[in-house]
Design a binder for this molecule. Structure first.
Ligand code: GTQ
Length: 342
């Protein structure tokens, strides 16, 4: 059978919208993943002026969400930082309100700088401080406001590409600029985030009922780990944010973690199938990946595509927040990781 006869056959079946698998099998069902996108660092000091300047061009009200998207340099135009996740830096100026809406996409906020801003989620307000991790579950009304004196910036992580893939996305704008708030500040943390749960209460959501994980508490937990033993050789002192009602991840589609690497510590090479977004909470160091060295200084954002091996190097005590689609991959049976030797 000649290639020519085959090609003629492919041409003849094409009008019936039929195609041979055997010419595509190896790429459709590859031996292992090919990383999508590239590893990249956004240095915060360099991008901060651009973020602040956005306030001169548009208000939070007009923009609805005044955000600069962090787009993977190899996925320009896609609004993707990894194949499955979105990242952006949201700015809210004193006195502004980003109006209430809700959408199918789940969002996380990781607070980068500023004080005095709040987000209201599903009827409860929470004040945000740098290092706090805040959840906006799918289809919950949310708006943001800044009652402080200076600009407030946070990292938005959303599962926009995942929802787009399933084409199951809905949005709705609230009739009012601010959705009603009917629980006191701190209510969720007290009820669900103190190692206690109201008796008889059952979680009806796929998300953690704790929607703000304050950095002060997280930092204390990390510090305690450093006193208790050596860091894991591949990950450092690594903790995941959990849903306290079942021990699962805090969100159904986005896995969130935080780690501390003691001064002078370097990890062994590690890779996993989940492309990961890191941001530096404290400290300095570097992330080495694919022959590149990416500097890690406070508030920088770094992305590492899935299945690319990387190492982390801490100059001083280094605290990194990270998010990925690991929770979704685990549920679907896709997640794999490799702990490599030096
Ligand atoms: O704060 O609701 O970065 O809806 C992108 C879409 C933030 C938000 C983003 C959004 C939001």
């Amino acid at each position: 059978m000649s290639e020519q006869t085959r090609a003629a056959y492919y041409d003849r079946i094409a009008p019936q919208h039929l195609a041979p698998l055997w010419t595509r099998l190896k790429s459709l069902v590859p031996v292992e993943p090919t990383p999508v996108g590239v590893a990249h660092r956004w240095g915060y000091d360099a991008l901060r002026p651009a973020v602040l300047e956005s306030a001169e061009h548009i208000s939070a009200r007009e923009a609805e969400r005044r955000v600069l998207i962090l787009e993977n340099p190899a996925l320009t135009g896609s609004s993707q930082i990894t194949q499955t996740l979105y990242a952006g830096l949201q700015l809210i100026m004193p006195g502004e309100v980003a109006p209430a809406h809700r959408h199918t996409q789940s969002a996380l906020r990781f607070i980068v700088e500023g004080h005095g801003a709040y987000t209201a989620v599903d009827g409860e307000k929470t004040l945000m401080e740098p290092g706090d991790f805040v959840i906006t579950p799918s289809w919950t009304w949310h708006h943001h406001g800044n009652e402080g004196a200076g600009p407030m910036v946070w990292l938005d992580g959303l599962d926009i590409p995942i929802c787009a893939f399933f084409n199951s996305t809905f949005r709705e704008d609230h009739a009012e600029e601010e959705a009603a708030v009917h629980r006191p500040v701190g209510d969720a943390l007290a009820r669900y985030g103190s190692g206690l749960l109201p008796v008889g209460w059952r979680n009806g959501s796929l998300n953690s009922p704790v929607f703000n994980y304050p950095y002060a508490r997280t930092r204390e937990a990390l510090q305690a780990l450093t006193r208790a033993g050596a860091p894991d050789a591949h990950t450092g002192h690594l903790m995941r944010y959990i849903n306290p009602t079942d021990g699962g991840w805090a969100m159904p589609t986005i896995a969130t973690m935080i780690r501390l690497l003691p001064a002078g510590f370097a990890t062994l090479p590690y890779r996993s199938t989940d492309g990961t977004v890191f941001t530096v909470v404290e400290g300095h160091g570097e992330l080495r990946v694919g022959g590149q060295s990416l500097a890690l200084t406070p508030r920088d954002i770094v992305v590492v595509p899935g299945w690319m091996a990387y190492t982390l190097h801490a100059a001083d005590d280094l605290v990194l927040f990270s998010y990925s689609d690991r929770v979704a991959q685990e549920k679907l049976g896709f997640f794999r990781e490799q702990r490599l030797a030096a």
